[in-house]
Design a protein around this ligand. Structure first.
Ligand SMILES: [Zn+2]
Ligand SMILES: [Zn+2]
Length: 133
């Protein structure tokens, strides 16, 4: 059973069954609410998600949209958009204990992607930092 949680450990969750989708979102709303350049999401039926420990806080980023996060450490965790995706709980892929088990299948909201995102893969890469490795 896949499990996950926030950075400080106050919030822990589990899911059952199979995910409905696994995608990378480039929208501005995800960017600003997570502080991440892009965000990977795994979607499950809402009833498949159980918060095992703690109580996430909720932020309404737009009408009918709930983004939930840990009030202690600020980790973004869940996204619920009943108008657009009824009955779906989107979970930030990187908060799973084993995020490698959820490879994304597609990019969404490319209209909001920053112009230089496309060139990221061409930049110099270091295992840690320049000069160390
Ligand atoms: Zn936390
Ligand atoms: Zn988004």
């Amino acid at each position: 059973m896949p499990t996950g949680g926030c950075h400080c450990g106050a919030i822990r969750y589990s899911v059952t069954g199979e995910p409905k989708h696994s995608s990378v979102c480039h929208c501005e709303s995800c960017r600003r609410t997570t502080g991440g350049l892009m965000t990977a999401w795994v979607g499950y039926p809402r009833e498949a998600l159980t918060v095992e420990q703690g109580e996430p806080r909720t932020y309404n980023s737009s009408t009918g949209v709930e983004r939930q996060f840990c009030g202690e450490c600020g980790t973004s965790l869940f996204y619920f958009n009943e108008p657009a995706m009824p009955g779906v709980a989107d979970i930030l892929t990187a908060t799973f204990d084993k995020p490698k088990d959820f490879p994304p299948q597609l990019h969404v909201q490319m209209a909001d992607a920053l112009p230089w995102e496309a060139g990221l893969d061409t930049l110099p890469k270091y295992r840690r930092f320049p000069g160390q490795d």
